[in-house]
Design a binder for this molecule. Structure first.
Ligand code: NDP
Length: 399
């Protein structure tokens, strides 16, 4: 039993908060704190009446001072950061100052550059160790479950993993010609950045969307997928011994790519501020304001997601392949918690990570990526809390 402070009240947070309330045995009390308190109050009104006690608060997560005051007042056992990657460091600072465990789902991003690197957060390692608190980084699906899958494969199926391909397929259709399934700013920054993969101890860079493959996804069928840089490649490259190559592929439909190219060509995806009517605006932030709110896609999105990892390595001296994945249905998620599968597949692991850190199942002071912990309790919790996983010992491989 414990108390969690959840920061942010967007798509992912809404699912995590629903799940905390379903899991009232672990989450006795939660405080939902975000920039717009109205959203926190609306969610509280929907979920009140269950066993989990809910309170709400307004907080600017860019202000360490405000965060520290809130943590001192609420006294949580863990802070679950579901705001944006820009706020990771201020929230980590506030956790450090108050000696409170920290959990997030995405690595820190400076507003002016899209780097997808852990270096800023890893720099807190020693300070977290000294304070005797844990920071669990990347407890969403990817990063998150993909790291847990890797640790599980290594623990139970391989002596050595040499190749990992992470495949993220969203076969959901929301009926709009162009919309993003989670925060548009974060999503577009990710897909318009150069691609890269980790091979023989170094990064190999590609042009955006340069490498394309077609993969026949279980329960979905063949889809085009493209190689992207993704943040877990960096930590898995270090934490999985014997690794020679890790790649990340995500599926995109033709309509999405055509729109994105056009938006890029006219400068709308830029994060460089421009002068507009006497005011500085960031084109990508303006674009976010005119695109459909990801939270509004829930009722419209039909179809499934399939996200997982294909491993190739050695067991008892023999070559072995192994595929671990989860299939999630957009409409089923919507029925259960009022959100589509992208928020669902991130919000459920966020709740599980917070639970395992809060109840001490995962302990060890310092700043850790998810694959550094014992994967078994997390794998069990995925089956229990709505993201059951499947495995194949003879998967189609990606060339
Ligand atoms: P949303 O934009 O829907 O929600 C973000 C929330 O954070 C909003 O409630 C917003 O408030 C709040 N917020 C933003 N800035 C501040 C601030 N300064 N102070 C307080 N609150 C703030 O994003 P998502 O829910 O889609 O994404 C949440 C996180 O999850 C992101 O970091 C994203 O990168 C990550 N993610 C991780 C995935 C994974 O698999 N690992 C997959 C998908 C997302 P307001 O309502 O006022 O705007």
């Amino acid at each position: 039993m414990g108390k969690a402070l959840i920061i942010g009240c967007g798509g992912v947070a809404s699912v995590a908060i629903h799940k905390c309330c379903q899991n009232s045995e672990a989450f006795e009390e939660i405080c939902i704190a975000s920039r717009t308190k109205r959203k926190c109050d609306e969610l509280k009104a929907k979920l009140d009446g269950g066993k989990t006690k809910i309170s709400t608060a307004q907080v600017d997560a860019n202000s360490v001072e405000e965060l520290v005051a809130l943590i001192e007042k609420f006294q949580p056992d863990v802070v679950l950061n579901l705001a944006l990657p820009y706020q990771d460091l201020t929230i980590m600072d506030a956790c450090l100052a108050t000696k409170t465990h920290y959990v997030d789902t995405a690595n820190y991003e400076p507003e002016d550059t899209a780097k997808f690197e852990y270096k800023w957060q890893w720099a807190y390692k020693e300070r977290y160790e000294k304070a005797g608190i844990t920071a669990l980084l990347g407890s969403g699906f990817d990063p998150g479950v993909t790291g847990v899958f890797s640790a599980y494969a290594l623990k139970h199926h391989f002596d050595e993993i040499n190749y990992i391909d992470i495949l993220d397929c969203n076969a959901g259709d929301h009926g709009y010609p162009f919309a993003t399934n989670f925060n548009p700013e974060i999503n577009i920054r990710e897909v318009s950045a150069k691609g890269s993969y980790w091979e023989d101890g170094k990064w190999v860079e590609t042009e955006p969307m340069e490498i394309k493959r077609v993969y026949n996804f279980p329960e979905i069928g063949p889809k085009d997928m493209y190689l992207l840089h993704h943040e877990e490649l960096e930590s898995l490259g270090i934490n999985i011994p014997g690794i020679r190559r890790i790649r990340f592929f995500m599926t995109f439909g033709q309509s999405y790519l055509t729109h994105l190219k056009c938006l890029e060509n006219v400068g709308m995806t830029s994060i460089e501020p421009i002068e507009f009517e006497g005011k500085k605006i960031v084109p990508l932030q303006f674009l976010k304001a005119v695109l459909p709110d990801p939270a509004s896609l829930g009722p419209r999105t039909k179809g499934k997601t399939n996200i997982g990892c294909i491993f190739r390595g050695k067991k008892d001296g023999k070559d072995k392949t192994y595929y671990l994945y989860n299939v999630c249905d957009h409409q089923e998620c919507y029925k259960e918690v009022g959100s589509q599968a992208i928020s669902y597949t991130t919000g459920v692991p966020a709740m599980i990570g917070a639970m395992l850190v809060m109840n001490g199942t995962w302990k060890g002071p310092g700043v850790k990526n998810i694959e550094e912990f014992d994967p078994d309790p997390f794998m069990e919790a995925l089956n229990k809390w709505g993201l059951p996983w499947k495995e194949s010992f003879d998967p189609e491989m990606v060339d």
